[in-house]
Design a protein around this ligand. Structure first.
Ligand code: ZN
Length: 165
């Protein structure tokens, strides 16, 4: 395997850029283990850490592919082709923000959003291995729901009442 180049910080795509509204492409097994996707994964991670985000999806850096990175327990969790297969009946409302949704002074906008408390998610890791995560922690479950939404062109503001948008 080639040496991994030093990760770069990528510019964030902001609402209302149409890139954020596209349905992102699933990755093939071959693509998952390609150098291009590996590089993108570490660039995504670096960008998330630099912006102090809890997660970042590939379309937020202009790549419409189904990959997200999450910060959990001080570690980065890469989810490729993630699919939420189970959602708890229980829901919880918390403040939510997004690196792509900022006000005119560049500050992140927060709103209370209702999400499922727990989710189960199937995904592939960076080695192309099939994995499953059962997110019992509502914060992690929220992050997974928020980031997977990005891959389907959905933004958290879509859940707001029309008069709050
Ligand atoms: Zn977001």
């Amino acid at each position: 395997m080639k040496k991994t180049p030093v990760a770069k910080t990528l510019p964030i795509v902001h609402y209302p850029d149409p890139i954020l509204r596209k349905i992102s492409q699933g990755l093939t097994e071959k693509e998952i283990v390609s150098q291009k996707i590996r590089d993108l994964a570490f660039d995504l991670e670096k960008t998330m850490l630099e912006k102090d985000g809890a997660g970042l999806a590939a379309p937020q850096v202009g790549e419409n592919v189904r990959m997200v990175v999450l910060r959990h327990d001080n570690q980065s969790l890469f989810l490729i082709n993630p699919k939420i297969t189970k959602k708890s009946r229980g829901k919880i409302t918390e403040q939510e923000g997004c690196l792509s949704i900022i006000d005119s002074s560049g500050e992140i906008i927060y709103h209370p959003i209702e999400r499922h408390k727990k989710v189960t998610c199937l995904y592939f890791d960076l080695k192309g291995k099939k994995k499953k995560i059962q997110a019992e922690d509502p914060l992690l479950a929220r992050a997974i729901q928020h980031e997977v939404d990005h891959l389907d062109g959905i933004l958290f503001i879509d859940y707001l009442e029309p008069n709050k948008k």
